[in-house]
Write a protein that binds this ligand. Structure first.
Ligand code: UDX
Length: 443
């Protein structure tokens, strides 16, 4: 079992700390935020990730995890230093590696022989591993690129059941030592060079983004030709060359990875090839999904000004409290800019929303948010929305339009409740044809 230091207590760093501790390693996590460190020491996590609090509690109880703001203490015994710092997008669309450079410099200043192996988990501009290696030139210090493929909301599951472990190293022994840390997971390991490892992360996310936009274009075509989006996705997903993931049509992709990594690959394509149009189109399709819902509401009401629109779900997908680049939040803000009055309910993100988007009116339950609404948009696929009582929704609303932007309901169920129904996999808005008044339907 090894002594491992982790630099950066974010979504990736905390999952790796708790996961590696569970595998038996001793882990020290360094973060510059005193507040975060204090929370984590007492087992509290500043973001929502199913299963992670329990895993962290176990690691703390077994005394295998420690949190500190001191690089000196954190790195003191480390044989491996995992770098898990954020790499946000710059205004120009490329990845900002300034946190990474700062972390590498601090690592340089706080380590001495025998040198630890530096393991870079951050998503970085392609070629960063070699830049980092140059920073440590002259020392016998190896930098291994080992990208993470954790999806938020299922990060713990992804840690223990990785589809692959990618190790990019110019030094075989260092690469194998890193792979050995994960040996209990029995996952396939790809040994390659740092550039390929870094590129494989960006490429995977650009591919997933392409798949989502592909599904969204197909569903738009399906709307016109009368093809059923769900049936189409199922038929495609059973082809092992295509696979089941990321074929759900909806409001589009968001989050901290797909949009950012797509932008980085688009930039590389523009610089080195004539085919940057592919990735630009993927991003354009993604923007259009959101615009489609705005247009639909404007068409329906003439203007959304002073209309009450309820948005259910604000996070970029279910099972996370992450609002970064969230299509749901983007849509809510766009409607507020058009002077709609926007009611929002999200099962976990209310505290962050209050600070981030004060123009939205927040509610404690879905039914409270839909009260008096002219239209309801289901914008995130939270499981609790799928089982909502549509009749109660219809009764609480003023209007009758349900926009199912995440494909949770079927048209018959919506019609039975007296709702006009739109989803990306049905042909336009399908108005219910009420033969009897709503009260009669209810009884
Ligand atoms: C992604 C990758 O899955 C993960 O491997 C990588 O390490 C980080 O980036 P994440 O950003 O957490 O993970 O989300 P993911 O589950 O991939 O979903 C991304 C976006 O695509 C979400 O907004 C989601 O709602 C959307 N999506 C996903 C769809 O619109 N349709 C789908 O079928 C799947």
């Amino acid at each position: 079992m090894s002594n491992i230091a982790i630099v950066g207590a974010g979504h990736v760093g905390v999952v790796y700390a708790a996961g590696l501790a569970e595998l038996g390693h001793r882990v020290r996590v360094v973060d510059v935020s005193l507040k975060r460190v204090a929370m984590l020491r007492s087992g509290r996590i500043w973001f929502y990730e199913p299963g992670l609090p329990e895993l962290l509690a176990r690691g703390l109880a077994r005394r295998r995890i420690e949190f500190t703001t001191s690089y000196e203490r954190g790195l003191a015994k480390a044989r491996f230093v995992f770098v898990c710092v954020p790499t946000p997008t710059t205004a120009a669309g490329s990845l900002d590696d300034s946190y990474l450079r700062a972390a590498l410099t601090s690592i340089r200043q706080n380590t001495k022989p025998p040198w630890p192996v530096v393991v870079n988990k951050s998503t970085v501009p392609v070629g960063t591993g070699d830049v980092a290696a140059r920073l440590f030139e002259g020392e016998d210090m190896h930098v291994v690129s080992n990208p993470e493929f954790l999806a938020e909301g299922r990060a713990v599951e992804d840690f223990f059941h990785p589809s692959r472990i990618v190790i990019g190293s110019r030094n075989r022994i260092a690469g194998e030592a890193v792979a050995a840390l994960y040996a209990p997971l029995r996952a396939p390991v790809v040994h390659t060079d740092p550039v390929t490892a870094e590129f494989s992360k960006l490429a995977a996310n650009a591919f997933l983004a392409t798949k989502v936009s592909f599904a969204n274009v197909l569903s738009r075509i399906g709307e016109s030709v009368g093809a059923d989006g769900d049936g189409l996705a199922k038929a495609l997903s059973l082809d092992p060359r295509i696979g089941a993931g990321h074929l759900r049509a909806g409001l589009g992709f968001g989050g901290s990875c797909l949009p950012k990594d797509l932008a980085a690959v688009e930039q590389l394509a523009r610089r080195y090839t004539e085919s940057s149009g592919l990735f630009a189109a993927v991003a354009a399709v993604n923007r259009a999904q959101r615009a489609r819902i705005v247009d639909l509401l404007v068409d329906r009401f003439g203007t959304v000004q002073d209309r009450r629109i309820a948005i259910l779900g604000a996070t970029f997908k279910a099972n996370t409290d992450d609002l970064r680049d969230s299509p749901a939040l983007g849509l809510a803000c766009q409607l507020a800019e058009l002077h709609a009055s926007v009611n929002v309910y999200d099962p976990v993100a209310a505290p962050q929303l209050r600070a981030l988007a004060p123009q939205l009116v927040l509610f404690r339950s879905a039914l409270a948010a839909v009260r008096g609404a002219d239209a309801v948009v289901v914008a995130t696929e939270w499981p609790e929305f799928a089982t909502i009582d549509l009749l109660a929704v219809r009764r609480a609303m003023r209007g009758s339009l349900l926009v199912d932007a995440r494909g949770l309901f079927d048209v018959e169920a919506a019609h039975r409740a007296g709702l006009d129904y739109f989803s990306f996999s049905t042909a336009g808005v399908r108005p219910h044809e009420a033969e009897e008044p709503l009260e009669a339907v209810a009884s």
